[in-house]
Ligand binder design. Sequence first.
Ligand code: PLP
Length: 375
Amino acid sequence: MLKQIYPYFDNNATTPLHPRVLEVLNEYQSTYFANPSSVGHPSGMICNALYKKNLQSIADILEVKESEIIFTSGSTESINTAIKGLYFQYGSQKNHIISCKTEHSAVLNTLKYLEEFHNASITLLDVNQNGEINLEDLEKSITNRTLMVCLMAANNETGLIHPMEEIYQITKKKKVLFFSDTTQMFGKTLMNKISADIFCGSAHKFYGPKGIGFLVIRGLGRKIFLHPLLQGGNQQSIRSGTLPLPLIHGMSTAFQIIYDNQQRCMVLLNELRNYFESQLKAKLNIYVHSEKANRISNSSNILFSENDYEKILKAMNKFCFSRASACSDGSGQPSHVLSAMGFQKDEINRSFRFSFSIFNTKEEIDNFMKFIINS
Ligand code: PLP
């Protein structure tokens, strides 16, 4: 069983490892530790074959070609590799990138860096009170200098889902690339073929190990080329570095688990989230951010009333949930996502994110409610 000292409702920041993933990690770290590139000896050959098997199984789940996958240390690296790699390759012809004010800081700060130091021109789309973009605004902002559109699939703070297929169709029509940060989708939505040219993920967001992620570039090396950010042994064409087979196997095991159990997981996560929100609504005066929009199944961002604020702060000592995103926690900055959605500093201050996993229970939610009512 998973050891959790405090009830944990912060799964958009990171999830616990699935026990099965821990088992295979231990097995691979101790038995299949050889370098998969050392194909001159039997251990290396075995690890190389296992690497290829894992690559194939992830490619099958994501419905992409093996040659289109790059393993990275996580989404931050994937995002930097994709945006900078494309910009350094094509930016002298097309230096305009379109994104949105509610993107994760890994995207926003990468774009800011390109703007400050490499002459990129960046357009950040506005959102409405639910966090939704206007598709007409998106289409109108594409020019003949536009290289790509960067829009996340699901927002880490509110759970809001952007209309991926519609966005993809617009980018195809206008002949620009669509890069989507899909980090928060896996394990929280049904796994359909992803509507984007380029997308990414981090295993620790779906019960896999920390320190491993991936980037998918459709048509990599045939239609799309990226300037490599790391120079080295060229283990994976544009990304050098020893292949961490145990972590890759951990990620592919986590992928297989969420893929095989997706229907059941969605029902469970929806039930937990709906139960949580209905309990809160019955007892307190709350506003649920992005409630009227399409959200991933596990996320709930709640604006509490001034009366209940102190109780929620007290609960933070006993239960794990967060103020805005984990990255902006402790920075003292109000959430840029809720700010872009038009909320005032005081309302943002009273907003908290609860994100559930398949290991949460209704009993934990009941305990949270009891704590709040009795505080
Ligand atoms: N993108 C989104 C939407 C995220 O939620 C996160 C993590 O919080 C990241 C990117 C960065 O992922 P990592 O910290 O695993 O590199």
